[in-house]
Design a protein. Structure first.
Length: 375
C-alpha cells in the first residue's frame, strides 16, 4: 500500500471538482470561508478550473473536463494534497477520462472527499494500491464554528492524529441553507451505536437472532465479557480499511473498474474491515446492495463491518425490517463483528478514515475508536 506524505506546514492544498463544484449557495460561501481560514493558517491554495463550475449534469462540468482536471491535479507536483469541492451524482461518468496508469506512476498524495467521491477514493486504493481519505469535502470547512470532526480531518491530513473516536451527538436536520451558508451542524440527536457480535450478542432487539442464525464462532474479532458482571461487550478487531458510499460502490460493481475481489485476495493476510454508508438507498436498496457485494466476492477475508447512519433509513421500516436487518441478516454467515449507526457518511458528523490503512477497531458497546496505521 502506498501512503502519501502528510500535509506540511505552509504547504499547498489543491482543490478539484470531479463531482459538484461550489457554484451555488450554501456551498460557495462555505468554500470561500474555508479558503480564508486555510490562508490564515498559512497554507497556499491551488484551485482547479472546475471549482466554481456548474454547467455539468450531476457534476461540475463535462465528464472529460472533470476527469482531466482530476488527473492533472493529482499528478501536479505544485500541490501537496487534494480536497474535493463536493459530492454529487454522476462522478462515475468521469472515470473513462481519469488516467489511472498515470496516477499510479505519480508520487502518491492524499485525496480527501466522500459520497460521490467514492468513485475515486475507492478506486485509488483498489486500482493503484494508494491510500485515500474518506471525509468531508471543502465547503464543510467553512462552517462557523468548526465541528471537531473537521479539525480531526485536518489533523489526519497533517499526520497529527491517527486515532478517531465517535462523537457524542449527530445531525438529523441541517440548518444550513442559502440564507445561512455557514451554519454549524445542528446536533440534536444523541449518538448510540448498535452492534452484532459473532457469538450472538447484540444490543439491537429488533434483530431476529434465532438460535440457528449464529454458530458462536468468534471469527476475526476477539470477544471478551467484562469482569464486573455487567455483561458489557468488549470488541476488538483488526484489518485493512476499505469502503465508502454504497450508492457509488454498487455502480462500480461488475464494471471494468471493479478489482475489489482481487484486492481482498491480495490483502487476505491482513483481512478487510469494510466501512459502508448509504445516501439515497432505501432499506430494500441497501439489502440488495449487500447481496450484490457479497455475491461479487467483495466480502471474502472480511474481519468486520463499520456501518454509518443511513440518510433515508434511520426510522424507516419496509416489509417488516429496519436498517439493522437490511444489513446484518446478509452478514450472519461471516461471523464477524458488525458495528452500526457510526459517524460515517451523510448524517454528520463523520470521522475521517484512511481507506487502505491498517486499522484496529475497539469498542465497549457504547463508545468506539478506530486506530489507523500506515503499513
Amino acid at each position: 500500500m502506498r501512503y502519501p506524505a502528510f500535509l506540511r506546514e505552509k504547504g499547498t492544498i489543491g482543490f478539484v471538482a470531479p463531482s459538484f463544484g461550489c457554484a451555488i449557495e450554501p456551498y460557495k460561501s462555505g468554500f470561500l470561508n474555508a479558503q480564508r481560514r486555510w490562508r490564515e493558517q498559512g497554507y497556499q491554495l491551488q484551485l482547479g478550473p472546475n471549482c466554481y463550475a456548474g454547467e455539468g449534469v450531476g457534476i461540475s462540468s463535462t465528464p472529460k473536463k472533470c476527469g482531466e482536471e482530476l488527473t492533472d491535479a493529482y499528478c501536479d507536483k505544485n500541490n501537496d494534497c487534494l480536497i474535493s469541492c463536493g459530492g454529487g451524482e454522476l462522478m462515475c461518468e468521469i472515470l473513462d477520462y481519469v488516467d489511472f496508469e498515470r496516477i499510479g506512476r505519480a508520487d502518491p498524495k492524499w485525496y480527501l472527499g466522500y459520497s460521490d467521491n467514492t468513485n475515486f477514493t475507492f478506486l485509488l486504493t483498489t486500482l493503484s494500491d494508494t491510500a485515500s481519505l474518506y471525509g468531508p469535502c471543502a465547503a464543510a470547512f467553512g462552517m462557523e464554528p468548526l465541528h471537531p470532526s473537521l479539525n480531526d480531518a485536518m489533523s489526519l491530513l497533517r499526520g497529527e492524529k491517527l486515532i478517531m473516536r465517535g462523537y457524542d451527538r449527530w445531525e438529523r436536520e441541517s440548518q444550513k441553507d442559502e440564507e445561512n451558508p455557514l451554519a454549524p451542524y445542528n446536533l440534536t440527536e444523541t449518538s448510540v451505536i448498535k452492534y452484532y457480535l459473532p457469538d450472538g450478542r447484540t444490543n439491537v432487539e429488533s434483530l431476529r437472532m434465532a438460535a440457528g442464525q449464529c454458530d458462536g464462532r468468534a471469527g476475526a474479532g476477539e470477544m471478551r465479557m467484562d469482569t464486573d458482571g455487567g455483561g458489557k461487550a468488549e470488541i476488538a478487531f483488526s484489518g485493512r480499511l476499505l469502503g465508502g458510499c454504497m450508492d457509488c460502490l454498487i455502480t462500480l460493481l461488475g464494471t471494468k473498474y471493479d478489482k475489489t475481489a482481487a484486492f481482498a485476495q491480495r490483502y487476505k493476510e491482513d483481512g478487510i474491515i469494510w466501512f459502508l454508508e448509504a445516501c439515497d438507498l432505501n432499506l430494500m436498496s441497501i439489502r440488495r446492495a449487500m447481496w450484490q457485494m457479497e455475491h461479487a466476492g467483495w466480502f471474502q477475508h472480511c474481519k468486520g463491518f463499520l456501518i454509518g447512519r443511513p440518510r433515508l433509513g434511520m426510522d424507516a421500516q419496509e416489509f417488516g425490517i429496519d436498517h439493522y436487518q437490511a444489513v446484518c441478516e446478509m452478514l450472519y454467515s461471516y461471523h464477524v463483528p458488525v458495528l452500526m449507526d457510526l459517524d460515517i457518511g451523510h448524517l454528520p458528523p463523520a470521522m475521517p478514515l484512511v481507506c487502505g490503512s491498517m486499522a484496529r477497531v475497539v469498542s465497549d458497546g457504547e463508545t468506539y475508536r478506530v486506530e489507523m496505521e500506515m503499513n
